[in-house]
Design a protein around this ligand. Structure first.
Ligand code: CP
Length: 308
């Protein structure tokens, strides 16, 4: 089965071979972008963003423009007919005639899955509520592949909001399918990963998990540190957010205990969970990660459109 004309709603829509295929093509595009600058000539990307975004929307737009295609879309649901009460189904029935491929971000979990049921063109999930963010996962994986040389035999720590963080949920599920990966899950007790995901990781994927509230204790033994922000927009009240917002702040001093070849990743945006004094540490790769996000999205769209 090829990737041509498929949807990407959940990272599990892709086999391990397909994940490697997208990552390998993304790295080729990164090394030699000129070779691909016309392969999407005549193609249109539609961006349907019902929730704010900087990286996901603009890296998709940049990706399509670098492939020679064009883009249309909205970045605020209030400027679309969703404001007048139009359903996702009706919006998609119209927009799949306006564009050749659609990326959707939505605050409601499952909205991109619903869209995929009505679309005649590929739908890509650009993040749905606290659920999944598969193209961030591709971005994370291409960064690990580029800077570690492979995605195996790694102890990966996730730190911050593990309850609501869709980037965390997607990457945990996906990394669990790679060889010999174990996890250290660092969060305040209120923001531990959801029970259903914990059960899935332990029972279905049989990965080793340590759950802790101490980053310092495990920092010396981890290979990848995936920091996340405490997400204000997912809290039901401000008081809970204020109590937890400064739970973890990574700084230069703390990193003295970490491995020399640690990779520090973050899906961004950052608020204050990584001090600016970490940015010039060679282990800090979060801005390189955001850049690689363009190339892995170029590869994904080229494969879904059947032009690569
Ligand atoms: N990482 C990420 O999804 O960033 P944006 O919210 O800016 O798209």
């Amino acid at each position: 089965m090829t990737l041509n004309n498929r949807h990407l709603v959940d990272p599990n829509d892709l086999t391990l071979d397909e994940l490697h295929q997208i990552i390998d093509l993304g790295l080729k595009m990164y090394e030699n972008p000129k070779a691909y600058r016309e392969i999407c000539k005549g193609k249109i990307l539609g961006t349907l963003f019902y929730e704010p975004s900087t990286r996901t929307r603009l890296s998709f737009e940049s990706a399509m423009l670098r492939l020679g295609g064009t883009v249309l879309g909205f970045s605020d649901a209030n400027t679309s007919s969703a404001k007048k009460g139009e359903s996702i189904a009706d919006t998609i029935r119209v927009l799949d005639d306006y564009a050749d491929i659609l990326v959707m971000r939505h605050p409601r979990e499952g909205a991109p899955r619903l869209a995929s049921e009505f679309s005649t063109v590929p739908i890509i999930n650009g993040g749905d509520g606290g659920h999944q963010h598969p193209t961030q996962t591709l971005t994370d994986l291409i960064t690990i592949q580029k800077y570690r040389g492979s995605i195996e035999n790694l102890k990966v720590a996730f730190c911050g909001d593990l309850l609501f963080g869709r980037t965390v949920h997607s990457l945990l599920k996906t990394l669990s399918r790679f060889p010999n990966i174990s996890f250290v899950l660092v969060s305040p007790p209120e923001l531990k990963i959801p029970y259903h995901l914990r059960d899935e990781l332990l029972q279905e994927y049989k990965v080793e998990i340590i759950e802790t509230s101490s980053l310092d204790e495990y920092l010396p033994e981890i290979d990848i540190l995936y920091m996340t922000r405490i997400q204000k927009e997912r809290f039901f009240n401000e008081e809970d957010y204020i109590k937890l917002k400064d739970s973890y702040i990574l700084n230069k001093d703390k990193l003295k205990k970490a491995k020399e070849d640690l990779l520090i990743l973050h899906p961004l945006p950052r608020v204050n969970e990584i001090s600016y004094d970490v940015d010039d540490d060679p282990r800090a790769k979060y801005f390189d990660q955001a850049k690689l996000g363009i190339y892995v999205r170029m590869a994904l769209m080229a494969l879904l459109l059947g032009v690569a």
